[in-house]
Write a protein that binds this ligand. Structure first.
Ligand SMILES: [Mg+2]
Length: 238
């Protein structure tokens, strides 16, 4: 098997790669709790139950339904409560999400060296609010939210997002280096198009197994960016 070609562009993930997603989830859960209080429900109880549900896995659907039931809300009340509480979650716009240490500097170095983009899964409104709150938007170049290509079915590791983003960056998809925290999404989407990936062990999936295997595994975004810069430096322009 031949090694993948050296990268000509870099694509970074957002959540748990550039900032701790737990900070966003904590704010969104608090917003849902406040909205529940406004609807005449035990908001503190709903908030606490939602925090527990999100800690058990932020990716699953139905977290608000389960949190309401766990907080003792009768099932018959869910149809009236879930839509406004989902809306409260979706509308939550944090003022600030603090990036992991060294992220702005590392992104600036990457952007100076090669085309740079961000590939992220999720509700497009929420993902845009997160980018805005991190203040990293101007450094990120192209931001592509996979859901805009076909809803949840287009989320990583589906290759559609990475193929579209590579096209926008003007490089073949197999010449992109993906940097992200989730093997099953970020490393897998790179593998799906024959590209390289660097995994950062941080956030909710820090302890997930290395499956599929990344080109390298590091402990911080600046460390991943340093590796990327090395690879870009030795890449021969196409
Ligand atoms: Mg992530």
């Amino acid at each position: 098997m031949t090694a993948p070609l050296l990268p000509l562009a870099v694509v970074v993930d957002l959540d748990d790669t550039l900032y701790p997603q737990a900070d966003y989830l904590a704010g969104a859960a608090a917003a849902v709790g406040a909205a529940a209080t406004g609807l005449g429900v035990d908001g503190a109880g709903v908030h606490a139950a939602l925090v527990r549900e999100l800690a058990a896995g932020s990716d699953a659907g139905g977290t608000i339904d389960r949190a309401l039931l766990a907080a003792g809300v009768p099932a018959r009340d869910l149809p009236a409560l879930v839509p406004p509480l989902v809306a409260a979650f979706t509308r939550h716009e944090p003022d600030t999400l603090t990036p992991y240490p060294g992220v702005p500097e590392a992104l600036a170095a990457l952007a100076a060296a090669a085309p740079l983009g961000c590939l992220t899964d999720g509700n497009p409104v929420i993902q845009a609010a997160k980018v805005a709150a991190t203040g990293l938007g101007p450094l990120l170049g192209e931001v592509l939210v996979t859901d805009t290509l076909g809803g949840r079915a287009a989320r990583k590791p589906h290759p559609a997002g990475l193929l579209a983003l590579a096209d926008r960056l003007g490089v073949p998809a197999d010449r992109v280096l993906v940097i992200g925290d989730r093997p099953g999404k970020d490393v897998a989407v790179a593998a799906a198009v024959g590209a390289r990936a660097v995994r950062i062990r941080q956030g909710e999936y820090a302890h997930a197994p290395d499956e599929p295997r990344a080109e390298a595994v590091v402990d911080s975004f600046p460390a991943a960016a340093a590796l990327a810069l090395e690879m870009l430096g030795s890449a021969v322009p196409a």
